[in-house]
Every structure is written in structure tokens, then in C-alpha cells.
Design a protein around this ligand. Structure first.
Ligand code: PEP
Ligand code: MN
Length: 347
């Protein structure tokens, strides 16, 4: 159920409707838009009795939401959500970077933080290229228990130094509730990986975090399952969710995953949340990353998540799909050209 308030409804009227919803035993999610505020209702097993709500001052109408997801839906919020990420700069000021809206965000960095030197080398060249958000895993969900699992908190400390030295915002993955506690303290954006897309207790915990969440699509998740996973986070009160398509499993054998670019316009139609594309995990091969990045921006992705490593042949994870810094610079240039055609800038 969605309560749509009149364009000129007062704060007081909105508050009273929220209170009535909560008194009925549900949760109210006021979502301000440019034209009007809509209030999403969750926590209801069946239909909400709208009688008492519809007649309240300031209420325009009550709309039943038939889709399984509500808060992520465009029905609730017509305009695109823009995620604002404040990043502390080396000089002590704060620079805000955004994901969604008119700009295309480039998030780049190694698959995993392997050492101080490796992280600083990549960060230095990305910063010089004007990149604002740095990715790198300190906790790695690996297929084999014998593969490199990440440096853990030591990796988070290196990431914090990357921000301190270069003013880059940090995007890093939490693999369970325990690591999320730490990631929330160190990172600017909390990543939830494909393997955890349906880890509902982790999603709920992320929904209580006070940092934006980058949610990757599960490798066999349908679009509805993907949006429902995001709904878990919003339903807990965290509306700062960035979706990310990273490829799904198909019968194709020439890529690691099949990058589902058709999901971008499909998400745009259904949801107000921004969606990124990860061409690195989406292809698994370095030479495919650039062409798929161009395509992703052309179909309307709000940004790219790209793996970059100074020495991919010696990377402890995902070397085959990691770009060297020079290749990333080329990608940035080409993506700028495509974004310009669509009246978008790249940051
Ligand atoms: C990653 O971004 O390094 C990662 C592990 O991705 P995914 O969860 O999409 O496999
Ligand atoms: Mn990786």
C-alpha cells in the first residue's frame, strides 16, 4: 500500500499519517519526491485497511501496490534516486560524489587489497585520472577455501589510508554480519556480493547501516529476486541502495558470466534506484572489459565497477579480468565519449 500525499501537504499532516500507520501496527516509510511525498507501508501480511487513512488531511489517494517489491518501485518514487557520498579529503574538507542522475560514476580498483604498496599504486594512478571512488576487497568470498581470503581488518586499514592520502571514497565488501560491523566503520559504501544477494540476515543488517549499500545481483537471480533483495535493505530504513549487474550463469562458455545488459532498462522501468554494471566479473576476461563498458554506458548504466591491478599476472584474485592502469585510462576516455552522446558526464 502506498499513501500519496497532496502536493502541498504539510510536514505535520505527513507526520500524522505516519503515526496512524504505525498505530495500526505497520511501518511507515515517507519518501519525499519533487512533486509530493509518498508513504510506503510495510509489515502488513495482507491488505491494509485504508478507510482511516484515506480521509486524513493532506492525503491525495491510497494505492494498493500489487508488485512484490514496494519501496524500490517507481510507483513509490517517480524520479531517479541519487546517492550522495560524502568523502573526507586529505585537507580535512568533505567532497560529495554522487551515483545516479545525470552523471556516470566510475568505481575502480583491485579485486582484493593485497598489500599497502599494491593499493597505493592503483589509488595513485586512479586519483590522477580523476576517479572518486575506489574499490577493493578486504573480505573475499572465494569459491575455494584455500584461495586468498583477503587481509580482513588489516585490508580495511589500508583502504582507510587510501582515503586519507588520496581523498578517494572507499567501496568494499562485507561477507557476513561480523565483517559488516567493521566495513561500516571504515568504508564509504558497503558492498554486498553476488553470493550474498539472498543472505537475508546480512541484507537486514545492511538495512540498519548508515552508509550506502552497493548490492550485486546474484549469479542466478531473476530481476524480481534482485529487486526483492534490495527491498530488504530499504524495508529496514536504509534507502541508499545502488544496484549492480555483474553477469549471470548461462550455458555460454566463452565468458565467466553472461553480462545481462538488458536488465538495465528493465530496472530503470521498475525502480528508481541507480544501477551500475561490473564488466570485470561480467566477462571474466580483460579484453572484453572495454567493449562491454562502452555498451553498459550506452544502455543507460549509472556507472561501472571495474577491476584494475598494477600487475594482473601476479594478482591474488581475478587477474585475468583486471585491467592495467593504462587500459583503465583508455576505458575512461571512451566511456566519456559515449556518455556525452547521452548528455551525461563521467565522474
Ligand atoms: C567483487 O566485486 O570482487 C566480487 C567478489 O564480485 P561478485 O560478488 O559480483 O562476484
Ligand atoms: Mn573480483
Amino acid at each position: 500500500m502506498l499513501v500519496v500525499m497532496k502536493a502541498h501537504a504539510t510536514e505535520e499532516e505527513i507526520r500524522k499519517v505516519c503515526e496512524r500507520i504505525e498505530a495500526l501496527g505497520y511501518r511507515a516509510h515517507p519518501i519525499p519526491g519533487t512533486q509530493r511525498t509518498a508513504i510506503g507501508i510495510t509489515g502488513n501480511a495482507g491488505e491494509v485497511d485504508i478507510g482511516s487513512l484515506e480521509s486524513m488531511p493532506g492525503v491525495a489517494e491510497c494505492i494498493p501496490v500489487s508488485k512484490p517489491y514496494k519501496l524500490v518501485s517507481r510507483d513509490v518514487k517517480e524520479e531517479d534516486t541519487i546517492i550522495r557520498i560524502p568523502v573526507r579529503q586529505p585537507d580535512g574538507t568533505t567532497a560529495e560524489t554522487t551515483i545516479g542522475g545525470a552523471s556516470v560514476a566510475l568505481i575502480a580498483g583491485p579485486c582484493a587489497i593485497e598489500s599497502y604498496e599494491q593499493a597505493m599504486a592503483v589509488a595513485d594512478c586512479l586519483r590522477k585520472a580523476g576517479v572518486r571512488l575506489f574499490r577493493g576487497g578486504a573480505y573475499k568470498p572465494r569459491t575455494s577455501p584455500y584461495s586468498f581470503q583477503g587481509l580482513g581488518e588489516a585490508g580495511l586499514k589500508i583502504l582507510a589510508e587510501v582515503r586519507e592520502r588520496f581523498g578517494l571514497g572507499i567501496v568494499t565488501e562485507a561477507v557476513d554480519n561480523e565483517s559488516l560491523e567493521l566495513v561500516e566503520q571504515y568504508a564509504d559504501v558497503i558492498q554486498i556480493g553476488a553470493r550474498n544477494m539472498q543472505n537475508f540476515s546480512l541484507l537486514k543488517r545492511a538495512g540498519r547501516a548508515r552508509k550506502p549499500v552497493l548490492l550485486k545481483r546474484g549469479m542466478s537471480a531473476t530481476l524480481d529476486e534482485f529487486l526483492m533483495a534490495a527491498e530488504y535493505i530499504l524495508a529496514e530504513g536504509n534507502y541508499q541502495v545502488i544496484l549492480c549487474e555483474r553477469g549471470v550463469r548461462t550455458f555460454s562458455d566463452f565468458t565467466r558470466n553472461t553480462l545481462d545488459l538488458a536488465v538495465i532498462p528493465a530496472v530503470k522501468r521498475r525502480s528508481h534506484l541507480p544501477i551500475l554494471v561490473d564488466p570485470s566479473h561480467g566477462t571474466g576476461r580483460r579484453h572484453k572489459v572495454l567493449p562491454l563498458s562502452r555498451a553498459a554506458v550506452a544502455v543507460g548504466a549509472d556507472g561501472l565497477l571495474v577491476e584494475v591491478h598494477p600487475d594482473p599476472d601476479r594478482a591474488l584474485s581475478d587477474g585475468m579480468q583486471s585491467l592495467i592502469p593504462e587500459e583503465f585510462l583508455q576505458l575512461q576516455q571512451e566511456v566519456r565519449l559515449i556518455a556525452a552522446v547521452l548528455n551525461r558526464t563521467v565522474n
